[in-house]
Design a protein around this ligand. Structure first.
Ligand code: NAP
Length: 282
């Protein structure tokens, strides 16, 4: 299609941060307390180190505190859970982020579930997922919620439309599917055992690529006029969709970088402010 709409997550995230600056200063003025996000990093995976730094910087930019907890790469599940429980007890911590992925010996699911649901600003606990699936979301999974906010900002209609989510991970594909279903899209979730994936994707009015394989979703899988959301983020700033070929067929698409990535972090920070407002009764 001529001139597809660019779903600009970078621009929308800037607006979100402007709004958060005002909300954070209102919290500080009313309670003399500063909202704080605790980030827990296990090991020194370079990508994770960068993500945690970006999240800390974003917190400070809106006037929040960020607390960095670093555990060695050899940490055991019990060590990570102990760090999470200390954050759960700390009234000056309003949000907790355990940076994914953790080293192999750590039971990530057990660690995620140790997060107090009121501080689960990345939306990774069983309870947060269950609430989302039941359409009673309190704090949502940050990346899919960021995608929903981006689609809403650009008034992309969802009701009654065919949505195909490629990927079913607990922190992206599954909650994404639940959120689209809550908005009355007709949702298909694909995975590594899906038969004839290109044909399934060709049915979609809205495609979400959440596979973790560079340029995996090809341009000729995209129906003319579909909305393409590329949640993938692979080395070299490459998404999971072959955007060069897919974007011209789409009516709207998220660029990589500058689409889903900035929305994910903005949503995490926004949910920390929301959690602080709830905890401090602002
Ligand atoms: P993941 O846990 O590795 O899950 C990948 C999913 O893709 C799995 O469900 C897998 O299916 C499916 N898959 C793999 N090969 C496939 C194939 N040949 N055909 C169809 N499906 C296939 O990955 P993730 O954590 O969800 O991340 C996915 C992507 O999103 C990555 O590029 C990641 O970097 C990106 N991401 C971005 C953000 C952001 O803020 N921008 C945040 C989170 C993730 P099975 O279940 O059958 O194995």
């Amino acid at each position: 299609m001529a001139n597809p709409l660019i779903l600009d997550g970078e621009a929308l995230s800037k607006k979100i941060y402007e709004d958060l600056i005002a909300r954070v200063s209102a919290i500080v003025a009313r309670t003399a307390r500063t909202p704080a996000l605790a980030t827990i990093l296990v090991g020194d995976n370079p990508a994770s180190v960068t993500y945690v730094k970006m999240k800390g910087r974003r917190c400070r930019n809106v006037g929040m505190d960020s607390r960095k907890i670093e555990l060695p790469g050899a940490a055991a599940t019990a060590d990570v859970i102990a760090a999470i429980e200390a954050c759960n007890r700390d009234p000056d911590v309003h949000g907790i982020l355990l940076q994914h992925p953790v080293p192999k010996q750590v039971d990530e699911r057990a660690c995620f579930n140790a997060i107090d649901f009121r501080k689960d600003v990345d939306g990774v606990t069983y309870l947060s997922y269950a609430r989302t699936a039941m359409n009673e979301m309190l704090l949502g999974c940050a990346t899919p919620l960021g995608i929903m906010n981006l689609l809403d900002h650009y008034n992309i209609p969802l009701e009654g439309r065919e949505a195909v989510v490629v990927g079913r991970s607990p922190i992206l594909g599954k909650p994404m599917a639940a959120m689209l279903l809550n908005r009355n899209a007709t949702v298909t979730v694909c995975h590594s055992k899906t038969r004839d994936l290109p044909e399934v994707v060709r049915r979609a009015d809205i495609v979400v690529g959440a596979v973790g394989k560079p340029k995996f979703i090809k341009g000729d899988w995209i129906k003319e006029g579909a909305v393409v959301v590329d949640a993938g983020y692979n080395p070299g700033n490459v998404g999971d969709v072959d955007l060069e070929a897919a974007a011209p067929r789409s009516s709207a698409y998220t660029p990589v970088p500058g689409g889903v990535g900035p929305m994910c972090i903005a949503t995490l920070i926004a949910q920390t402010v929301q959690a602080a407002e709830a905890a401090l009764r602002v």
